[in-house]
Each structure stands twice: as C-alpha cells, then as structure tokens.
Design a protein around this ligand. Structure first.
Ligand code: FEO
Length: 392
C-alpha cells in the first residue's frame, strides 16, 4: 500500500496478508504490516527493514524509492526479526552502508547475523544526533519497549517520531485503513508490550517534551492527526489504569454449567444497569482478546470449574498470562464449580493475591455441578458488589 509521509520521508513498508499467527501466537485475521522508511537527503537513511517473509516486495519499493541512489545509513530501532529480517539483504545490496544502533543492538547483532560489520557501525547513545543534511535524527533509548535494544528517533526538521513497536497495531494497512485504531492497537499493546508499563511511561515522558507532527511506528498506520488521543491511550494503558467502565466475565467451563452461572451473572448485571458486560469462554475465545479486555475494563469475574485439585487449565493459563503482563489495579469476583471437592476458588484467589492492587470482592459463589435456585441470592450479592465497586 502507498503511504505518503512527506516529500523526503518515504514509506517502504509491506503488508503481509498471508501470516496467520504473528510471533507464532497472535491471531491476525487481517494480516500484519511491517513498516520501513527511507529519508532522502544529502545522505540517505533506511529506518528498519522488514520480516524476511516480505523481503522481495520491500526490496522493490526500496530500490524504486532510491531511484539509483545508494543507502548511506540503516537505522536499527529494533532487532526483532519482524523488522531486522532483511538487514542481510540490505548489506548485500549496499556493502558500504553504515548500521546505526546502540551498544545493546550491536551486542545482540551477532546472535542473529553472521555478517562482519567491522568498521561499518555507528553506535549511538541517548541524545545523540545523526545529521543527514537537512534532516537530523535524535535518538532516545527505549529499553524493553519491547526488547532491551529498542530505541526511538525524532527527526527534528519535519517533526517525525519513529517509535519502533510503540503505537503499533495488528493488521495489514490496506485491510484495516478504515478500522478503529484502538481495537487492534490495544490487543497488540497489552499482549506484546504490556509487561513493561513503567518503561513505556518513561518513554512517554521523553516524547512529551517534543513537538510531534507525525508518529511512524513499525506496525500499523502512520499517525498524523489528533496525536494526543493516541498518546493519551498509551498513558492509560502503560499506567495500568482501566480505559472503560465494564465487567469481563472470564469463564473456564467443562460441560457448560459454569458458563450458565456466568451468563446468569451477566444477566443480573445488565438488569441492574451495567452497560458493558463481556462474557468470554477461555477455551475458545482469542486469548489475546480476553487479555485485552481484562486490561480495558475496571472489573473482572473469574468463573471456573475445579480440576485435578486446582482450576480448569484454560483458567490457570489465563491467570498466568495476566500475572506475566503485570495485571493490577482492578476489582475481581469469583465463581467456582466443584462436583465433589471445589478447589477452583482457592486456586484463583491465590494467584490474584500475587497481583498488585487487585481487590477480591465478596462473596464468592460455590456451585455444586449446576446453578440452583438457592445460589441466586449469592449471585445477586456478587452483582451488587461489582456495581458498588465501580461506584466507589
Ligand atoms: Fe514488531 Fe518487537 O517487534
């Protein structure tokens, strides 16, 4: 897809419409974009390459954009293979190219490449500037957003910020150009960068001192207008604050009886005026989407069957993932099911208690195989506690 940035700053990224699982784990029904950029000035610079899956198309775009010129610099904002996958080809095409990275980049570089780049590297550190002529790239280190070697750069003449994975999203550009940005950007953020909120906040602080006209991430659309909207969402997400009022009911059900209890709770919540209640079957739903919803909303209900003296595995896995992503600052309620020795509630509670500022609301409902009339008052109390928790 053709993307116009400015006369001298060009997009040479590629849509990958064939990939099914990004990073071999995230479903991407609308594909993925690998963004790459060229700055044409007295010196030319390529800003990141693309996954080798997309190398052929990228090379064509690169050569067409260069129109006979050579590449002077390759800026490596991020060494992960979805961006670095075509570096070897670039070096082959332009043997004199100078690779620009930070100390960590070049420490990790030989782990991925058997290329001798002696004498062809430029190591930059925080605040360093690379002049290309009229354009100047100012470097900001952004460790763990999303790998330790990640850096951002700010082109001060045209006020363009190159943000690596930050502000990226799932989806090929041509397939998603009319979509709501936040939906797939949120799923991308929490699943890929979510663990490192404090470091993202540090980067946002640096960015807040800059006048930015345009954000160029390594995935998803170039962002030009209303940049405060995107930066504001990143502030909320990286601060682990809920974005919307709502209740996620995450369900691990074996025969459907735990799901029936969850659906009944959803019905009660809606009847009591709760507008956003999302019920997700952890065995079937896109797990990354459920993780996204857990972070999006302010309250969560975990409803699970007992299993092997613990909790049904899809709930255990989900909680492990939430724990890994530093889930925090939320209110939670529990429903457990156990036909003989209920253990799900205790297991889920113990995991929640390891998380920062996750308040477990009372009561917990224990159902024995199926939801009974006699269980309804407890379910009512859970619904009331959830609503009261949002209004505190
Ligand atoms: Fe898009 Fe962390 O690579």
């Amino acid at each position: 897809m053709e993307v116009k940035i400015t006369e001298k700053i060009r997009y040479i990224g590629v849509d990958d419409n064939d990939i099914d699982l990004f990073e071999n784990q995230y479903r991407v029904p609308d594909g993925m974009s690998y963004n790459s950029y060229v700055i044409l000035d007295e010196k030319t610079a390529v800003l990141d390459t693309v996954d080798k899956r997309a190398m052929g198309e990228w090379e064509e775009k690169l050569l067409r954009t260069l129109n006979g010129r050579k590449v002077d610099y390759l800026v490596i904002h991020h060494l992960e293979p979805d961006h670095a996958g075509s570096i070897a080809r670039l070096v082959e095409l332009f043997p004199d190219v100078v690779l620009v990275g930070n100390a960590k980049t070049f420490q990790m570089f030989p782990q991925f490449f058997d290329i001798d780049v002696t004498g062809r590297t430029l190591t930059v550190k925080e605040g360093d500037c690379l002049s290309l002529g009229e354009h100047e790239l100012h470097f900001m280190l952004a460790p763990m957003v999303h790998w330790p070697e990640v850096m951002l750069s700010y082109e001060s003449t045209e006020k363009v910020l190159f943000t690596a994975d930050a502000f990226g999203k799932f989806g090929a550009l041509a397939k998603t150009e009319n979509d709501d940005w936040a939906c797939e950007a949120r799923r991308y953020y929490f699943n890929i960068v979510g663990k490192y909120g404090a470091l993202v906040q540090g980067v946002l602080k640096k960015v807040s001192t800059l006048e930015v006209a345009c954000i160029c991430p390594l995935h998803g659309p170039v962002l030009r207008e209303d940049l405060g909207y995107y930066i504001g969402l990143y502030q909320t997400w990286s601060g682990y604050q809920p974005e919307n009022r709502g209740v996620l009911i995450a369900v691990a059900t074996i025969h459907g009886n735990t799901m029936a209890a969850a659906e009944k709770l959803a019905e009660l919540l809606r009847a009591k005026g709760e507008e956003t209640v999302v019920v997700s079957d952890l065995a079937r739903a896109d797990r990354a989407e459920v993780i996204e919803d857990a972070f999006r909303y302010d309250r969560i209900v975990l409803a699970a069957s007992s299993y092997d003296g613990g909790v049904f595995p899809c709930m255990r896995d989900f909680l492990y993932q939430l724990q890994s992503k530093a889930y925090q600052n939320r209110r939670a309620a529990l429903i457990e099911n156990g036909s003989w020795g209920p253990t799900a509630g205790k297991t889920m509670r113990a995991i929640l208690e390891t998380m920062k500022n996750v308040e477990i609301l009372e009561p917990t409902l224990t159902i024995r195989s199926t939801l009974k009339e006699a269980d309804l008052p407890v379910l009512e109390s859970i619904a009331d506690a959830l609503i009261a928790a949002a209004e505190r």
